[in-house]
Design a protein around this ligand. Structure first.
Ligand SMILES: *Cc1c(COP(=O)(O)O)cnc(C)c1O
Length: 394
């Protein structure tokens, strides 16, 4: 079996599992309780907060624990909108290829009278900082741009965008779910006001994440109740998950250099192997991309069929599109970079992990070639392309 869908979720690291189990077994107290079991749990919680903060160059009180990346995105954007509303500023800048946790939150705000400008992400999947600057208006209250895209892996010029926002006194949030633990993150040096992260994307458990919010920025709480997380996120804390998240993040950050070198090597082998398939194209910039991400379009096939046949060969990947629901909409990310519907349907995202071997990469290349050829063999679209009835796009 080859698991190549690490952008969807990652395998928990043994150290993170160990931390989680030991907290579950030995520290079941409620951190809000005053007796010793409660205080032990509270200590674990605050140690995790301190460790996570230091790994992104933040202060412990700037970290709020959440149920994951989606919640952190919602809370960041709704908080900035609330602040904007108070000052009569109801314009938000974002990009067309954000995660749905961002896009759908923005759609909700549009119904509440906010105006949203979605920046162009260009053919290479990159946003230009000068276009962010051009889009800023007197009434802009927030710029929210993802650090690295979850489908095509492109890495945005976050520090430059942050500097522009700071200069114009506009809040800057980044959905860094694909970046934290994989790329260096320094919220101070990169001028980030708010940042979302999720543990299960860096070998931690599912259902836990965090939101960094620069001190002085008022957070709106999504969940009313007790005074946990300084009154900004009610509910008894997920202590085992939070402790395991801290372990996983420490481990991931400590091995960023080593992992980047290895993954980049394997990613580039995959890209050069898959490029040899006729009428294929890499999606997203070849250099400014996550070391783990490979995303291709193959003309004349359906991504879903490709995935099912790869699964039969023991390879687990994704199409990066929203086809799973049965809806025939191709990925909004591929459309945002200008792929036409027909081509966008034939996409494949491989997101590799550190445990991938040379043989795995060879096997993926061989299998994708075989399956693409096989599917083209009985594709009516492919027949039309080959006979000249239709024009090749790729
Ligand atoms: C996975 C992901 C999310 C959602 O995180 P959850 O913890 O699953 O809610 C948000 N943004 C990006 C870019 C992601 O990859």
């Amino acid at each position: 079996m080859i698991y190549a869908d690490n952008a969807a979720t990652t395998k928990m690291s043994p150290a993170a599992i160990h931390t989680m189990l030991s907290v579950l077994e030995q520290n079941y107290g409620n951190p809000s309780s005053l007796y010793r079991f409660g205080q032990h749990a509270k200590e674990i919680l605050e140690n995790a907060r301190q460790q996570i903060a230091s790994l992104i160059n933040a202060e412990p009180r700037e970290i709020t624990f959440t149920s994951g990346g989606s919640e952190a995105d919602n809370q960041a954007i709704l908080s900035a909108a609330e602040l904007g509303k108070k000052n009569g500023k109801k314009h938000i800048i974002s990009s067309a290829f954000e995660h749905h946790a961002v896009l759908h939150t923005l759609q909700k705000l549009e119904k509440d009278g906010f105006e949203v400008t979605l920046l162009d992400v260009h053919e290479n999947g990159l946003i230009l900082p000068e276009e962010v600057e051009k889009a800023i208006r007197e009434d802009t209250c927030l710029v929210t741009v993802m650090y690295a895209n979850n489908e095509i892996g492109t890495i945005q010029p976050i520090a430059e965008i942050g500097a522009i926002c700071r200069q114009h006194k506009v809040l800057f949030h980044t959905d860094a779910v694909q970046a934290v633990g994989h790329l260096p993150v320094d919220v101070r040096a990169q001028n980030i006001d708010m940042l979302s992260a999720s543990a299960h994307k860096f070998h931690g458990p599912k259902g836990v994440g965090f939101l960094y919010v620069k001190k002085g920025i008022h957070l709106t709480n999504l969940i009313e109740g007790g005074a946990q997380e300084r009154g900004k996120r009610a509910g008894t804390e997920n202590v085992p998950g939070i402790a395991a998240m801290a372990t996983a993040l420490k481990e991931s950050v400590d091995s960023i250099d080593k992992n980047t070198a290895y993954l980049t090597h394997q990613r580039d082998r995959l890209i050069s192997g898959l490029k040899k398939i006729p009428h294929s194209a890499l999606n997203g910039d070849e250099n400014h991309r996550l070391p783990s991400n490979v995303n291709f379009c193959f003309e004349g096939i359906e991504g879903e069929a490709l995935l099912l046949l790869l699964d039969q060969k023991g390879i687990m990947a994704s199409s990066g599109s929203a086809c799973t629901s049965g809806a025939l909409d191709p990925s909004h990310v591929l459309l945002a970079i200008g792929r036409v519907h027909d081509v966008a349907h034939g996409s494949l995202r491989l997101s590799i992990g550190e445990d991938i071997t040379d043989n795995d990469v060879d096997e993926i290349i061989r299998s994708v070639k075989e399956v693409v050829e096989y599917l083209r063999g009985f594709s009516p679209i492919w027949r039309d392309l080959v006979s000249g009835k239709k024009q090749f796009i790729l």
